[in-house]
Design a protein around this ligand. Structure first.
Ligand SMILES: CC(=O)SCCNC(=O)CCNC(=O)[C@H](O)C(C)(C)COP(=O)(O)OP(=O)(O)OC[C@H]1O[C@@H](n2cnc3c(N)ncnc32)[C@H](O)[C@@H]1OP(=O)(O)O
Ligand SMILES: O=C([O-])CC(=O)C(=O)O
Length: 395
């Protein structure tokens, strides 16, 4: 195949590569909808379990359907013990996202239907990951700190049970509530980098575990989900209000990034940040330490001014800007912020894998295989003549 096409190093920005019924991001208006519902309404009125159901089954559950669904998820919380053994063999300093990316495919071993190419089997695999992943994430925090793994509890909702397994004690009721809302807000965001990765892998007919493991790698990057960790590191590096101006000046002057600002789609503040910011402030008030919220707010205001002055551009906060101080105030270890993001986004990824593999409406998704323009200029216009290994010249 002659792969001659125009060079486009645009990150596919603005290009539509598929159709989806799962969510829509209106970047100009700052509107995010999951299956027709505004995320602001869902964050206020729905639990994370309802969101999982909505994303996977295309509708909000009735009370009975939700009760049955939650019961089904409960049975999937315990994971195969061999996954703990795998984690115990790793150095405690291992990056959590690397550990989880490697561990997710191991969950497939307990799923006899992982390779079955039916929507029912794919949904079961999705639920295995969605319900089992919190157990896996909490277990790594315990294992790396040489503490006993805490078993899931049947009487706690998804988010509260995770926090319980992470700390080994019941979380504060307000933390449980805010954590659940944060999960609702992080669940889905159309064709972002990690979701596109999941769909791209799914388009090869790889199974759910392979697709979501790949998505995990994509989410870990600092320009994507990894940004929430970098936001917290930045806040700690700044430390105090008087250090904000020099930090912004130095970062912009050196061509660096202020983490948690900017977005590939939003041209206004991220609607999720508008919900996360007051949650961060409120939680700070409850525990008597609003320092990280206040530092974030002042940084936001000053950075927006500085972008106008230095780059003549508007900049906006994204979802990672205020989730950082919120998660930190909840007592979550900083390097677990991106895994928390993943804890929620697995539901959106799974919905996309199912849409990719089983959508019935035309046009049916095809194997992703873009072209590239070959610019290898090694031997002029011709192919290179093969040189025997003994006759090759070093540099
Ligand atoms: C869940 C998520 O994935 S949300 C995103 C999380 N990522 C971050 O917070 C990392 C910081 N932000 C960024 O790197 C960018 O804003 C991105 C990658 C998220 C979006 O990128 P884009 O909208 O394509 O903006 P792009 O990278 O083209 O930047 C446009 C200009 O704004 C600048 N810019 C954008 N965001 C930032 C930032 N946070 N800090 C400094 N400069 C920035 C760029 O340097 C560029 O300037 P230039 O024209 O002088 O080169
Ligand atoms: O959509 C994107 O580019 C990034 C993302 O996943 C989000 O903002 O939740």
């Amino acid at each position: 195949m002659n792969e001659c096409m125009p060079v486009m190093n645009t990150g596919l920005r603005g290009a539509s590569v598929a159709s989806t019924k799962i969510s829509n991001v209106d970047g100009a208006k700052g509107k995010l909808i999951y299956r027709g519902y505004l995320v602001a309404d869902l964050a206020e009125k729905a639990s994370f379990e309802e969101i999982i159901y909505l994303l996977l089954y295309e509708d909000l559950p009735t009370r009975d359907a939700l009760a049955q669904f939650k019961q089904h998820l409960l049975g999937k919380r315990p994971i195969d013990k061999s996954v703990f053994e795998f984690m115990k063999a790793l150095p405690p300093s291992s990056s959590p996202m690397d550990v989880f990316q490697a561990a997710i495919p191991l969950l497939a071993r307990a799923d006899a239907r992982a390779e079955e190419k039916t929507i029912d089997a794919a949904l079961e695999s999705a639920l295995n990951i969605i319900a089992g992943f919190p157990t896996l994430v909490a277990a790594w925090e315990r294992i790396r700190n040489k503490k006993a793994v805490v078993s899931p509890r049947d009487d706690l909702d998804h988010g509260a049970n995770f926090l319980y397994m992470l700390k080994g004690e019941m979380p504060h009721p307000e933390i449980m509530h805010f954590f659940d809302t944060a999960l609702v807000l992080h669940a889905e965001h159309s064709f972002n980098a990690s979701t596109f990765t999941a769909r791209q892998v799914a388009s090869t007919r790889a199974h759910m575990y392979a697709s979501l493991s790949a998505a995990m790698g994509s989410l870990s990057g600092e320009l994507h989900g990894g940004a929430n960790v970098r936001v917290m590191e930045m806040l700690k590096a700044i430390g105090t209000s008087d250090a904000i101006d020099p930090y912004i000046e130095n970062t912009l002057a050196s061509g660096g990034k202020i983490m948690g600002l900017g977005h590939a789609v939003y041209q206004v503040d991220d609607p999720r940040a508008d919900i996360l910011a007051p949650m961060s402030r409120r939680l700070g008030e409850i525990i008597g330490d609003t320092r990280w919220y206040e530092l974030s707010k002042e940084l936001e205001i000053k950075a927006k001014k500085a972008f106008k002055t230095h780059k003549n551009m508007d900049i906006f906060v994204n979802v990672d800007f205020y989730s950082a101080s919120l998660f930190y105030t909840m007592g979550i270890p900083t390097d677990f912020f991106t895994p928390i993001f993943a804890l929620s986004r697995v539901s959106g990824w799974a919905a996309h894998v199912i849409e990719e593999q089983f959508a019935t409406a035309a046009p049916k998704p095809a194997l992703y295989r873009p072209g590239a323009t070959y610019v290898g200029d090694y031997c002029g216009p011709n192919e290179c003549s093969f040189v025997d290994i003994d006759n090759r010249k070093g540099d």
